[in-house]
Design a protein around this ligand. Structure first.
Ligand SMILES: [Zn+2]
Length: 193
């Protein structure tokens, strides 16, 4: 919970020029975000040299199942995708010249629970995180970059990493500018970058 609030504070603190209505509607959108297989939300916030990235999607997008991993086979699947996602190049095509270093990586969701070696934030059990056998995941990154100007043209590589992912609702905030777009493949640029 703390982390999500912290992220929201960063996210909304960046919306210097945004009006109140916009902020409220974004909150409502998050609270009502539907559990839709093949779809995910991707939030990218650049504030000076800090790049924060958050992915929210059904667990199905990652491993094809949504229950807590019990068999060794399922646990391996979860561990493997965790390692893949921890490598930022599998998420964003980040130019090396931007010199971004991963400062924080954490995940949240039932499928990650009880698997050793993962940085898992305990689940909130709220608004659709787990219903009727379905469950969502969140993956969060914080990068510190020394040359943010070189992030220009950055694209999303998640579609190659997560074969079940077909559509990403992307919101970005670059300093105080907000952009959004629905991305369907890795050739479309990240809005605003
Ligand atoms: Zn589901």
């Amino acid at each position: 919970m703390k982390i999500r609030i912290a992220f929201c504070i960063i996210f909304f603190a960046s919306l210097v020029s945004a009006n109140k209505e916009k902020v409220v509607s974004h909150h409502e959108h998050r609270a009502n975000s539907a559990h839709e297989h093949g779809s995910g939300e991707f939030n990218v916030v650049l504030a000076e040299k800090t790049l924060s990235v958050e992915l929210h999607t059904p667990a199905e997008s990652l491993v094809g199942f949504e229950h807590k991993a019990k068999s060794d086979n399922d646990k391996k699947k979860v561990s493997d995708i965790y390692k893949k996602l921890k490598d930022e190049q599998n998420v964003l095509m980040m130019p090396s010249s931007a010199n971004c270093k991963l400062a924080k990586f954490e995940v949240e969701g039932e499928i990650f629970e009880d698997i050793p070696g993962l940085n898992v934030v305990s689940e909130e059990h709220e608004h659709g995180d787990h219903q009727d056998g379905h469950s969502d995941i969140e993956v969060r990154y914080v990068f510190e970059c020394t040359n943010v100007a070189n992030l220009k043209g950055m694209k999303v590589s998640l579609f190659k990493t997560l074969k079940n992912l077909k559509r990403l609702k992307v919101q970005t905030v670059i300093n105080d500018k907000q952009n959004s777009a629905d991305l369907l493949n890795e050739t479309q640029p990240l809005p605003g970058f």
